[in-house]
Design a protein around this ligand. Structure first.
Ligand code: IVH
Length: 668
């Protein structure tokens, strides 16, 4: 085909694909079969490959994803992306209505929208062309994820009018796509996503847009950030305008005349929500009139003209089939309830931590009981209570063992602790968990060495201590399940690469008691080489700011052990660099805006790090950690079995993160 013809054909194909895509993905009214659409797309891709200079940023071919990015650029939001205050009851909604009417000294109407459980994004268009998409981030600074957002088929690349506009909405993963994705992950032996929201977030954080393109993400737009148009005077009109521009908006949005009508709408969704093809976690109620919105303004965190009604945590009944015990890296034995699988708040729950013996006794939990399960903060499964009236008499009492379930040495309860511990340093469970810790991201960060691989290596006797990881050979790794030539090659390279890690990664990875990631960094920065640290006295250690007596004691006794000396010697022989490579002083660049000047509260049990480490890490990034939740709290990090603090945070509308979110933010 000559170029002139190609230009014409490309133009025609783009127009057709855009229109078919709009009908299919935005309006949900397909005009042609999937096969026909795909065929046209292939034709366009081919033509653009033939005439690369005819490629454009807004061609439908960008939907399949371009080249991977090295990292995401930061984006400043000109108008901050705020969050919403919460309402948990009809009374809370009536209070909101009262505050609004007092504020404007008039009655008003409301627009009610489904609160989609996904990720807030901002989309910027110049003369009708999509030019930039960003995450919300901390509300002021987000990340530029334009290339990933272009793969979201329902995001228009070109609007129906050539306007300059910034719009906001929620990217989400439909329930069906989430299930398919998790089935595929399970089949591949990969870790599954906990819920559709995490899956959507994980997909948008992919540096490779081709992966994001395969994840079937979708979007609903719910507000205009910036626009040069003063004809729109009500939120409901704004939504209709967005629809006219070609954006996907939610059909269930309703304009309500009074708060009573709002309450009816809210209540109607308590039952209906489970039938939706996507997850919602509440209803957003917005004052409809834009002049009234302006008059009401904002508090520090959220608009006074809107509120999010949060559905009560869904509670379901299931059977507690058994109690499993697991031994952690530090020897703590934790009981976990094994449940008949049951769907709660969007995912299937099979397990819930029971934390310790005291809790089992307090709740009078027996094996075989019918139990009520909910997810605290819609995240962490927990046993609420037992339905004792449903007992048949066949239920069995549970008692914590007196001996370690893995190595059979006697368990001890250390003074002041509720937990039972195995204190045998040779306990295989502790060694295995210690290895898992050693390779984890904040420690040596060995890519491709997940829990399952470690467990296999350990079971086969290929790895007994951390030094053995550096002695692994190709043939040994090839004997592992699901390890082909390529993955073995990658793994060996990943292991090799960690020999150059800066000292603090190793120090944290060794799992010295009380030494979290932050303390490891302090020690590495101060002593610079492992030899210097090995020789450090208690007095030298406590003289360092941030190193307390307990930690100093622990460090000294750790390095006194002959087996530790041998281990360090062996690591050195194996070529691991045991020196600090970072900047001498904390680098102000590491001050992350997700943490800087924010107040955090930690509650519940954290699985991947202990509370002190989490605290130290947050502080190292400029955050503050306090003990109780108040209106000054910015973020509550809720580990397992988070209780009253979580409830209070929800009541006050404080942002809640689960541990996974904390870990992700810390690693950003
Ligand atoms: S309006 C200033 N409307 O909920 C108000 N938010 O806590 C901005 N969300 O970050 C939000 N559906 O991620 C609004 N229909 C909707 C929403 C919605 C989901 C999310 C959004 C926001 C969070 C508010």
């Amino acid at each position: 085909m000559d170029e002139k013809k190609a230009i014409q054909r490309i133009e025609k194909l783009r127009e057709q694909l855009e229109d078919y895509g709009y009908h299919y993905y935005v309006l949900d009214q397909p005009l042609v079969s999937d096969a026909e659409y795909d065929q046209l797309m292939q034709e366009l891709i081919k033509l653009e490959d033939q005439f690369p200079h005819l490629k454009t940023e807004h061609s439908p071919t960008v939907r399949v994803g371009g080249e991977p990015l090295p990292h995401f650029e930061k984006v400043q939001h000109e108008i901050p992306m705020l969050s919403l205050g919460n309402a948990f009851s009809e009374d809370d909604l009536r209070d909101f209505d009262r505050r609004v009417r007092q504020g404007i000294e008039a009655d008003c109407t409301y627009t009610c929208e489904l609160k989609i459980d996904g990720l807030a994004v901002s989309l910027r268009y110049k003369e009708g062309k999509f030019v930039r998409g960003a995450t919300r981030g901390d509300g002021t600074t987000g990340e530029d994820i334009t290339t990933n957002l272009k793969t979201v088929r329902s995001i228009p690349l070109t609007l129906k009018e050539a306007v300059d506009i910034e719009v906001r909405g929620e990217v989400f993963m439909p329930k069906r796509s989430f299930e398919t994705l998790n089935q595929a992950k399970e089949a591949a032996g990969e870790e599954k996503f906990a819920n559709p929201r995490n899956a959507a977030a994980g997909s948008l954080r992919q540096l490779d847009p081709k992966i994001a393109a395969k994840r079937n993400l979708d979007i609903f737009l719910y507000s205009i950030g910036q626009i040069n148009n003063d004809e729109i005077t009500a939120h409901y009109e704004a939504i209709q305008y967005l629809h006219r521009l070609g954006f996907k908006v939610n059909d269930e949005t309703k304009h309500c005349e009074s708060i009573e009508e709002v309450i009816d709408y809210v209540n109607s969704w308590v039952e209906r929500r489970s039938g939706l093809p996507y997850e919602i976690d509440g209803i957003v109620i917005k004052v409809d009139s834009l002049p009234y919105q302006e008059e009401l303004g904002f508090t520090a965190k959220s608009p006074r003209w809107a509120i999010a009604y949060k559905f009560p945590a869904e509670e379901v009944v299931t059977k507690l089939e058994g109690i499993e015990l697991s031994v952690g890296r530090t020897g703590v034995v934790t009981p976990t309830a094994l449940l008949s699988p049951v769907a709660v708040a969007g995912t299937t729950v099979k397990r819930a931590s029971l934390h310790n013996e005291d809790l089992i006794r307090e709740k009078d939990i027996k094996i075989g009981d019918s139990v009520v399960i909910k997810k605290a903060g819609d995240i962490i499964p927990e046993v609420v209570n037992v339905l004792a009236e449903l007992r048949t008499g066949d239920e069995e009492d549970f008692a914590m063992p007196t001996h370690c379930p893995e190595c059979e040495s006697e368990l001890v309860r250390l003074e002041g602790e509720v937990a039972l511990r195995c204190i045998n340093p040779k306990c295989p469970a502790q060694i295995r968990e210690g290895l898992i810790h050693f390779v984890s991201r904040n420690a040596m960060n060995i890519d491709g060495l997940g829990e399952k691989v470690i467990a296999q290596l350990f079971e086969k006797g290929l790895v007994q201590d951390v030094a053995d990881l550096y002695k692994l050979e190709r043939e040994q790794l090839l004997t592992l399940e699901r390890m082909g030539e390529k993955s073995v090659e990658n793994l060996l390279q990943a292991i090799e690469a960690t020999k150059d890690n800066s000292l603090e990664k190793l120090l944290f990875g060794l799992g010295i008691r009380f030494v979290g990631a932050k303390a490891a960094k302090t020690l590495a920065m101060h002593f610079e080489t492992v030899e210097q640290l090995q020789q450090a006295s208690f007095d030298e250690l406590v003289a360092i700011n941030e190193i307390g007596e307990k930690m100093a004691d622990s460090v000294v006794s750790y390095f006194e052990k002959p087996e530790v000396e041998e281990l360090i010697e062996e690591l050195r022989r194996l070529g691991i660099h045991l020196t600090y490579k970072g900047p001498k002083q904390p680098d102000p660049e590491t001050i992350d805006s997700s943490f800087a000047s924010k107040t955090f509260v930690l509650t519940g049990k954290l699985e991947q790090m202990n509370r002190n480490d989490a605290k130290a890490e947050i502080e190292s990034l400029g955050g503050k950690v306090t003990g109780s939740v108040s209106k000054n709290t910015d973020v509550l990090v809720a580990g397992e079995d988070a209780g009253s603090k979580l409830a209070k945070a929800e009541k006050l509308g404080v942002e809640v993160w689960d541990e996974a979110r904390l870990v992700t933010e810390l690693q950003r």
